[in-house]
Design a protein around this ligand. Structure first.
Ligand SMILES: NC(=O)C1=CN([C@@H]2O[C@H](COP(=O)(O)OP(=O)(O)OC[C@H]3O[C@@H](n4cnc5c(N)ncnc54)[C@H](OP(=O)(O)O)[C@@H]3O)[C@@H](O)[C@H]2O)C=CC1
Ligand SMILES: Nc1nc(O)c(N)c(N[C@@H]2O[C@H](COP(=O)(O)O)[C@@H](O)[C@H]2O)n1
Length: 220
């Protein structure tokens, strides 16, 4: 499986405010690029923290891109994936609507009644790991469902874990022309942080857009 992480951060490295309020860091051009990245993916993944904070849809907006997916024999929309150890995704979350297929990767200890409630929305629940989602096992299971190209949009906890488990192939970061601040505001890679074995990145491309800069890296 090929894993691409994409996110937008402020010039001071924050993904959102300290109270986890969503911020439009990208401008029109970058949001359009993100729409294209989604359209080129089999699935778009976030952590449950992002679902609870943003209630995203993670769908492709551009009708031409949706049509092109159909021409390729792909479903109109990429699937959505949530890493959600305790099945905390609200049953009325947008990510569970009928726009696209949704996979919830949960821990084996997730409460049965919560799992059944989420399955009743039509979502496919995959158990991987015990208390917390085992991302390597979860991605293997997704691959067996035909997901070969995975885009990950965040947030910082999930992105850190994917790097810690050596599961990321590419990273694109839009650095927007604003400061957000706040020592507790989410950053690109939160989690426990690395003390050694820091992931190394090879810079592939730099592009100015929306008054900021898009950085594209391959993971070495
Ligand atoms: N600017 C941008 O590009 C983006 C910004 N954001 C912002 O980020 C914030 C949310 O980020 P954050 O709070 O970090 O949440 P995440 O979306 O990273 O979700 C984190 C949660 O995912 C669950 N999870 C399950 N398995 C794992 C695992 N193996 N490793 C890590 N997490 C796992 C955990 O909850 P549990 O243990 O219960 O399963 C964890 O608390 C929001 O404010 C949002 O607006 C989000 C995406 C993009
Ligand atoms: N690329 C990008 N730029 C920003 O400025 C952002 N705030 C985000 N946030 C991510 O996009 C998701 C919302 O997507 P929907 O359009 O609602 O589907 C949000 O949940 C973050 O993952 N991304």
């Amino acid at each position: 499986m090929h894993v691409v992480v994409n996110a937008a951060m402020s010039a001071d490295g924050k993904l959102s405010t300290h109270d986890r309020e969503q911020v439009a860091i990208s401008g029109e051009a970058d949001f359009d690029r993100v729409d294209g990245l989604r359209a080129d993916s089999d699935a778009v993944m976030v952590g449950v923290g992002t679902v609870l904070a943003d209630d995203p849809s993670l769908t492709v907006d551009d009708p031409d891109r949706i049509a092109q997916r159909g021409d390729r024999g792909d479903p109109p929309q990429p699937a959505r994936v949530v890493a959600d150890s305790r099945a905390r995704t609200p049953p009325d979350a947008q990510i569970l609507d009928d726009e696209a297929e949704t996979y919830l990767v949960v821990g084996e200890r997730a409460a049965t009644e919560k799992v059944e409630r989420l399955e009743s929305t039509g979502a496919t629940v995959i158990a991987a790991g015990h208390d917390r989602v085992d991302l390597s096992a979860g991605l293997d299971a997704l691959e067996s469902h035909g997901i070969d190209r995975l885009m990950v949009e965040g947030g910082g906890e999930l992105i850190f874990s994917l790097f810690a488990d050596d599961l990321v192939d590419e990273l694109s970061v839009f650095v927007g022309p604003m400061l957000i601040g706040g020592r507790d505001a989410p950053t690109l890679a939160d989690g426990d942080g690395f003390l050694e074995g820091f992931p190394v990145l090879d810079l592939r491309d730099v592009e100015q857009m929306d008054g900021g800069v898009l950085l594209r890296w391959d993971v070495a």
